[in-house]
Design a binder for this molecule. Structure first.
Ligand code: SRM
Ligand code: SF4
Length: 598
């Protein structure tokens, strides 16, 4: 599908309405046309087919096994016990499980066409929404997961909700198609009279959105908020990032970063990951307006002819950070802007296990393997454990950006019962998981069998791979070292592999490109070490790098710092870093030197 046609489809859709209502009412087909799938994404759903069955069905000359993925949007990953149980119940309409996403949302896979309306209807009636969870709009806004009860955490959560409200698309198509015209608002919608940073959610029928216009944004748009030094939201991978500046315990304002983003295509030098750069600092009252100035700059200056280069990161590159800043400031008449404050982050890791949350209560961050809420045969019964805790104790949950689950607001008296329920279902929450520290933070994207873009396995491959890497880490005495492993089934980068210490990016069945040299702090991009390695080859390749680290590291030096000290030359990343194998680059460099000498 060329970029122009996506733009045309949006333009002709009358506010993302298209023929979706008629097509979902038609029970004679299991799927919808591809053009409609493009519109459907903005409603939070993707048409997919079971790729495990695709080849066999094709051989039998049968239609694909169609179904739909639905993504719920929840700013900062917050979900109440009741909302959780509605999602748990909806698992019966899906593949019997749900997937926590690394943008703090929830996905249900395998919903049949005839069941989609009921699922979206129920998600909305739970007080969450699927509106804008996918598509060319602002997606779920991420925020610090830890439910610490202090003014700074309260403000960052409030900001994720203000942003979510400001950038909801407004067409009444969503209510008309899924809710029979009923206006059901997510619980995070705030009263504009009480909070001027939000805006009245007036629905439009004519298809002219107050922020997005008629053709919405050129591409998806992602926003995250982080509190230093915790970088759980992976700030530099976001189109826009916000970091509070605290004076005497109060948030004075936010530093804004722009232009992060990870999607690329193997071998296409015009595409590559970028880390976000500091843009400016504004006082708290102006943060959401500044965000709107950035979003509308992208709306008006983003590339609408080449979809592969349409993300904000390319707009920032083509305008230059100074040109981009100038345009944003021009859109903020009367608002004072300041230079960005210096930023420092320690790690993208979650703090697993039990912690005090600052109000006398506790929270427990539970490790969830690959974010899949399922009762694993012979393994942890995640779905049953979280359902029992939600039902018996009515405790709120938080989905973390590392696809773990936080049980929040636990009173000291409830702690034993939570531990008991987790243990009963074989769910171990933290230090006694029995894994290395690296494995606890390792993440893989969904990939096969549902993702239509997957070139290789990911979620189903990483646990087996870590089974082989864990003993290497143990043997080398690195079991407690912070080392970040991430995997994806294709170069789109959903598992955020390009800033990991080790990133495996799918190329073909059982083949991954291997990237090395990002940072567990999330603030450095990795480079392509090997163009293609098989699953069997990976542990040995990882071992040789870890052996060098062990031999050369200074006392207490983490992997990322050792790599930075010994391997990174301090030059700006070039497209070659992501597309040309290290050995090839070194050979070319040596060749150039010989040529120069000659
Ligand atoms: Fe993603 C597309 C899953 C986070 C970059 N992503 C997809 C689709 C919808 C495939 C498709 O377009 O047909 C995947 C659905 C698979 C399935 O069966 O569930 C998919 N992405 C995911 C999730 C579920 C992976 C996960 O392990 O949790 C994440 C959902 C987050 C959410 O709740 O919204 C997810 N995707 C990301 C991230 C990480 C992030 O946002 O922090 C990235 C990299 C950051 C970025 O956007 O630059 C990411 N996804 C992409 C891209 C490449 C975009 C680009 O700029 O080129 C695509 C493909 C596309 O948009 O064309 C994509
Ligand atoms: Fe699918 Fe690729 Fe994203 Fe993995 S990285 S979920 S394979 S689009």
């Amino acid at each position: 599908m060329s970029k122009a046609s996506v733009e045309e489809i949006k333009l002709a859709s009358a506010g993302l309405r298209g023929q979706l209502a008629e097509q979902f009412a038609d029970t004679s087909t299991p799927n919808i046309p591809e053009d409609s799938n493009i519109l459907l994404k903005h409603h939070g759903s993707y048409q997919q087919d079971d790729r495990d069955r695709r080849a066999q069905l094709t051989k039998e000359k049968k239609d694909k096994a169609w179904s739909f993925m639905i993504r719920s949007k929840m700013p900062g990953g917050r979900i109440t016990a009741k909302q959780w149980m509605i999602h748990d119940d909806l698992c019966t309409k899906a593949f019997g499980n749900m997937r926590l996403t690394n943008r703090q949302g929830i996905q249900l896979h395998g919903v049949l066409k005839g069941g989609l309306k009921e699922v979206i209807h129920n998600v909305c009636h739970s007080g969450l929404s699927t509106m804008g969870a996918c598509g060319d709009v602002v997606r779920n806004t991420m925020g610090p997961a830890a439910p610490i009860k202090d003014k700074v955490h309260a403000d960052t959560q409030k900001l994720t909700e203000e942003i979510s409200q400001r950038f909801l698309w407004r067409s009444s198509a969503y209510a008309d198609i899924w809710l029979d015209g009923e206006k059901v608002e997510p619980t995070w919608i705030k009263d504009p009279e009480v909070n001027p940073a939000v805006r009245q959610v007036t629905q439009t029928t004519e298809g002219e959105d107050p922020i997005y216009g008629k053709i919405y944004l050129p591409r998806k748009f992602k926003i995250g908020v982080a509190i230093q030094p915790c970088n759980d939201v992976d700030l530099f991978s976001q189109d826009v990032g916000f970091v509070p500046h605290v004076v005497d315990g109060e948030v004075e304002g936010y530093t804004i970063t722009v232009g992060g983003g990870f999607g690329m295509s193997h071998g296409q030098l015009t595409t590559r990951p970028f880390l976000a750069q500091p843009l400016l600092y504004v006082k708290r009252a102006h943060v959401v307006d500044a965000c709107e100035a950035i979003v509308t700059t992208q709306r008006d200056h983003g590339n609408r002819t080449e979809r592969k280069n349409a993300r904000l990161k390319y707009t920032v590159q083509s305008m230059g950070i100074d040109g981009f800043r100038e345009e944003v400031v021009r859109r903020l008449p009367g608002i004072e802007t300041f230079p960005a404050k210096p930023l420092h982050f320690d790690s993208v890791e979650d703090t697993l296990g039990w912690h005090e949350q600052g109000d006398g209560n506790l929270y427990c961050c539970v490790y969830v393997s690959m974010g899949r809420i399922v009762d694993v045969a012979g393994g942890p019964q995640y779905r049953s454990a979280f359902a029992e805790i939600a039902t018996k104790l009515d405790l709120p949950y938080v989905v973390t950006p590392n696809t773990n689950l936080i049980i929040a607001d636990v009173t000291p008296a409830q702690k034993d019962l939570v531990n008991e329920i987790l243990a009963k279902h074989g769910v171990v929450h933290a230090d006694d998981v029995g894994f290395t520290r690296a494995r606890k933070v390792a993440h893989a994207c969904v990939a096969l069998p549902t993702c239509g873009l997957a070139l290789s396995e990911s979620e189903r491959a990483l646990p087996g791979l870590m089974d082989k890497i864990d003993p290497v880490l143990e043997e080398l005495g690195l079991a407690n070292e912070p080392i970040l492993f991430r995997m994806t089934g294709c170069p789109n980068g959903c598992g955020r592999p390009y800033n990991a210490d080790f990133g495996f990016v799918g190329r073909a069945p059982n083949k991954w490109a291997m990237f090395v040299g990002g940072s567990i702090r999330g603030d450095r991009l990795a480079g392509l070490e090997y163009k293609s390695v098989t699953g069997d080859e990976i542990p040995a390749r990882v071992r040789s790098i870890l052996e060098a680290y062990k031999a050369e590291r200074q006392p207490g030096e983490i992997f990322a710092d050792w790599f930075g000290r010994t391997r990174v030359k301090g030059e700006e990343p070039t497209p070659e870093q992501f597309h040309v194998e290290l050995a090839e680059r070194a050979a070319k460099l040596a060749g150039d030197k010989v040529a120069e000498a000659g």
